[in-house]
Design a protein around this ligand. Structure first.
Ligand code: FES
Length: 85
């Protein structure tokens, strides 16, 4: 179990390890106004985690995921291939 639904309030993020065959991947789960999305914690631009060192995933207004290396913004419900405007 990653978290109980009630423990992950809207707009919050919970990191977890995703075990995939013999690999352990850094991943996170986000509550997007009651819709839950899980992602591998990796930027689409370079092989670095989105939160890098800061353990922060969201833009200042909380509407997008943000890569803290270069500041790219991603919409929550996409497959992290699209940059937000
Ligand atoms: S490393 Fe994430 S946008 Fe460049």
């Amino acid at each position: 179990m990653i978290a109980k639904v009630d423990d992950l309030t809207p707009g919050s993020v919970k990191k977890f390890w995703l075990i995939c065959q013999k690999y352990r991947l850094d991943a996170f789960l986000i509550n997007d106004s009651g819709s839950f999305h899980a992602y591998v914690n990796r930027c689409r631009h370079m092989p670095t985690p989105l939160d890098f060192v800061r353990d922060e995933f969201l833009s200042d207004d909380g509407r997008f995921l943000r890569c803290y290396t270069h500041g790219a913004l991603y919409e929550f419900a996409t497959d992290l291939k699209q940059f937000a405007d």
